[in-house]
Write a protein that binds this ligand. Structure first.
Ligand code: NAP
Length: 355
């Protein structure tokens, strides 16, 4: 790592931030730790001998000052519906590369809409660069490369069975979204649970439900395929519960006061997965591309547990961005290729499955 290049980890003392710090240190990085709470930053950074900067996202001038000597911001403070825009704007104003780990698809869409501004500023914007959506996007890019005239893409993921409070509160922020798919290049609303199917994964066949993921945006940017459907694996009862309770849940969560109270309870009570779970669990993804002649290409990626993946990929993305001359709002697979993820430990891609 070129020690002249400096990067900032914003949201450093959150659950994901701390995992990213461990990985970054192991790869010889010395990130500047940042967030809005000076006390937490100081107690985290000083024992590690890392520089820290306390700055809120609501103070645009202070944020610009904090970025004056920073080449890249790795943003892991969510919910990104509240945090992405001020940081992304500060990055565009200060010509600083921006990477985030949002799974909230409206935020991903908003970041891609800044492509022209990013090119003009000479920076890369890489939204959704955690377990949502780097592994799925990599396997989508791979099947598209095998079948370049594909016009149909299905993607499924089985990951993160235990979530951090930050992930749950962020999910609630987009809980009023309907089911969505991409058709003829456009996002189309449909009822959640309209699409139920089984998918073969490397560890067996699983029930999946169609849910709108950031992949509806990232896979479209990466492959240009106009028809995209995204699925998540759940057990049979969970898929049926989601299908039948979704209309009621959407109404309940549309009540902002109730949503905020629930988020407060989650922050008090929920811890993320422990180290043993993060080491043991795995992430499985699948993508299928089809063209008008009915030709099909399928592939699977098996990789690290979701938070372990998000942390492990972070310093590698930093290295790739800082070594590249690319600009614009894009995806990790579009920028660095479908094989980029294969450098992660315990990560394999399959084009056939044995059983
Ligand atoms: N999609 C993926 O691949 C993926 C993977 C991992 C994490 N994530 C996302 O990353 C985010 C963080 O997750 P986590 O597990 O680390 O949650 P966490 O432990 O709750 O940490 C959240 C962090 O964000 C900060 N934050 C929240 N709102 C802020 C604001 N308005 N201004 C400044 N800082 C703010 C918090 O600081 P304070 O304590 O000062 O509020 C804290 O440092 C979530 O949105 C989660 O969904 C996504």
């Amino acid at each position: 790592m070129n020690t002249q290049r400096r990067w900032m980890l914003y949201g450093a003392y959150g659950y994901t931030g701390k995992l990213v710090i461990d990985e970054a240190l192991q790869r010889g990085h010395r990130p500047v730790l940042a967030g809005r709470d000076a006390r937490q930053l100081q107690s985290l950074a000083e024992p590690l001998g890392l520089e820290w900067r306390a700055v809120g996202l609501d103070d645009a001038a202070a944020l610009e000052r904090a970025l004056h000597d920073i080449d890249l911001v790795y943003h892991v403070a969510g919910p990104f519906t509240q945090t992405a825009r001020p940081m992304r704007e500060a990055c565009l104003r200060t010509a600083t590369h921006y990477v985030d780990v949002t799974g909230e698809s409206p935020v991903t869409q908003e970041t891609f809409a800044q492509d022209a501004r990013a090119r003009q500023a000479g920076v890369l914007l890489l939204p959704s660069s955690g377990v949502n959506t780097v592994p799925t996007d990599a396997v989508a890019a791979f099947v598209h490369a095998q079948l370049p005239d594909a016009d149909w893409l299905e993607i499924a993921i089985d990951t993160v069975h235990q979530r951090s409070s930050g992930s749950l509160t962020s999910m609630l922020e987009v809980s009023t979204l309907s089911g969505q798919v991409r058709r003829d290049g456009r996002i189309v609303d449909e009822p959640i649970g309209k699409r139920l199917r089984q998918v073969r994964f490397p560890d067996g066949r699983k029930h999946c439900i169609g849910l709108p993921f950031a992949d509806l945006y990232t896979a479209h940017v990466t492959t240009g395929i106009p028809d995209i459907t995204t699925y998540v694996a759940q057990d049979f009862l969970a898929t049926r519960f989601m299908k039948y309770s979704a209309p009621l849940m959407r109404k309940v969560f549309a009540n902002e006061r109730l949503r905020r109270r629930l988020q407060d309870e989650i922050r008090k009570r929920v811890a993320g997965p422990d180290a043993a779970t993060r080491h043991r669990d795995r992430t499985y993804t699948w993508a299928l591309a089809r063209n008008r002649r009915g030709e099909v290409r399928e592939a699977w990626l098996e990789t690290l547990e979701g938070y372990t993946f998000t942390a492990a990929v972070a310093p590698r993305i930093v290295e790739a961005v800082l070594a590249s001359e690319l600009t614009g709002a894009t995806t990790v697979a579009a920028a660095f290729g479908p094989d980029f993820v294969l450098q992660l430990p315990r990560t394999w891609r399959y084009t056939t499955l044995r059983s």
